[in-house]
Design a protein around this ligand. Structure first.
Ligand SMILES: NC(=O)c1ccc[n+]([C@@H]2O[C@H](COP(=O)([O-])OP(=O)(O)OC[C@H]3O[C@@H](n4cnc5c(N)ncnc54)[C@H](OP(=O)(O)O)[C@@H]3O)[C@@H](O)[C@H]2O)c1
Length: 296
């Protein structure tokens, strides 16, 4: 069995590749940068340099594969790109496993990227293509690993735009395992699966967990979703993306990302990984000098 992967080299993709390797499934990675993909991924995958805006290259890259991972980065044209890929695959006998976004935000009026996921999901369901849709909540590796831990390293504080609300963060490794199952079995065909951790966690709890691990105080600094937009715009982030994050954090602040689903456990047979374990593994140095530097 061969599985094709689009989007294998980012946060989620390498974990999908690892989970497929553990199942001894052949992996065919379609990437813009073959040399980089070789450095990022576990060895043994077939790496194909591919321009995913070229329909012939996408169809050739997926020919003969049982299934394909459909994941592209958060970009302004994400829906256009993914709909184009789906069109290129229309004549292939292949299961499309789409990575979507936070379930409560997938609406026609949701934040920018979530509106795009809604459009892709809607057309995928109507297309008649065999598919599985995975809706992960916020990744621990992104918000904790890429935002909060660097902030602790630089300022000793974490910025909190979501007040007293929590987020049921999911570990990217659990998303990888669920995606690998969806790519290799028929069990979930046609389903939309919601991937969360086992409980919502507030920023105050995260600060306490990080503080405990680094052995010094970590304060929570209250900010607003509008502050996030302003900071991003000041750093040169495009307006659509800054507004997306403002809307996303406003949704988190309303408690709309606190929902908990049993789908990770149903698919993997194990309880979802928790933030305590993630922070414990990721914060390597107890005195804090290496906060967040270990692999996430
Ligand atoms: N971050 C979160 O907390 C979170 C939560 C829920 C859902 N999501 C969703 O997850 C997805 C992002 O996943 P991720 O964080 O694993 O991705 P990522 O780290 O941003 O990586 C994006 C991947 O897209 C691939 N890609 C290939 N061709 C592309 C093209 N022309 N344009 C853009 N990307 C291209 C890249 O592959 P090459 O460079 O190798 O070609 C790369 O592997 C988004 O759809 C996002 O909405 C994110």
């Amino acid at each position: 069995m061969t599985v094709a992967l689009i989007g294998a080299t980012g946060t989620i993709g390498p974990h999908v590749v690892d989970a497929l390797l553990a199942r001894q499934v052949e992996r065919r990675v379609l990437t813009r940068d073959a040399a980089r993909a070789r450095t990022v991924l576990a060895p043994g995958a077939e790496i194909r340099q591919t321009d995913i805006t070229e329909d012939e290259q996408v169809a050739a890259g997926c020919a003969g594969a049982r299934s394909v991972l459909l994941l592209t980065e958060h970009s302004r044209d994400m829906a256009d790109l993914q709909l184009r890929i789906m069109r290129a695959l229309r004549r292939l006998d292949i299961t499309i496993v789409k990575i979507s976004g936070t379930s409560s935000a997938i609406r026609p009026d949701g934040p920018y990227a979530c509106r795009q996921h809604w459009e892709v999901e809607t057309i995928l369901r109507e297309s008649g293509a065999r598919h599985v849709i995975l809706r992960p909540n916020a990744f621990m590796q992104t918000i904790i690993g890429q935002i909060l831990l660097p902030s602790v390293r630089e300022t000793g504080t974490i910025p909190n735009a979501i007040a007293e609300s929590g987020i049921s963060f999911v570990d990217a490794r659990d998303v990888g395992e669920c995606a690998a199952t969806a790519l290799t079995t028929d069990e979930y065909t046609g389903q939309t699966l919601v991937l969360t951790g086992s409980r919502p966690v507030t920023y105050a709890e995260l600060a306490a967990l990080i503080s405990n691990r680094v052995g010094r105080p970590v304060d929570v600094r209250d900010i607003t979703p509008a502050d996030i937009r302003q900071t991003l715009v000041a750093r040169g982030t495009p307006l659509w993306e800054a507004e997306h994050f403002e809307e996303m954090y406003a949704l988190f602040r309303r408690g709309e990302s606190e929902f908990v689903s049993g789908d990770v456990e149903r698919i993997t047979g194990k309880a979802p990984r928790n933030v305590e374990a993630y922070i414990g593994e990721t914060v390597r140095d107890e005195v804090g000098a290496g906060v967040g530097e270990a692999a996430g």
